[in-house]
Design a protein. Structure first.
Length: 114
């Protein structure tokens, strides 16, 4: 299993906090669920963090069965539509978002490549 994680680092512009998450839930989450070969889609709203943590407001994760499936999803029309909506919603956000990919379930499996 491959998990593609989007990390939203920064802050929501003052006065937009609830609207930001509402737009994500209503407009983006349905598109994320339509990504080809996506299995689990998770949206994590950060409520509290250590004092010295980076200012991360949200984490989004999508699981795929393989790297080929990730590539298929990233090349899809639905991903292009989601990207347009993402950029609109990010008008309410100050910061950056980036992606990381991870493999496997390290609790249940041996670390790969260690």
């Amino acid at each position: 299993m491959i998990t593609r994680t989007a990390i939203f680092e920064g802050r929501i512009k003052p006065g937009y906090e609830e609207r930001f998450f509402s737009e994500i839930q209503q407009r983006l989450a349905p598109l994320w669920k339509q990504f080809p070969e996506a299995s689990n889609v998770r949206l994590l709203r950060v409520d509290k963090a250590d004092d010295d943590a980076l200012p991360i407001v949200m984490i989004q994760q999508i699981d795929y069965p393989s790297m080929k499936a990730v590539e298929t999803a990233l090349a899809s029309d639905i991903r292009a539509k989601a990207r347009v909506v993402t950029l609109e919603i990010l008008e309410m956000f100050e910061g950056r978002f980036y992606h990381v990919m991870s493999e496997g379930n390290l609790v249940d499996q041996t670390l790969v490549g260690v």
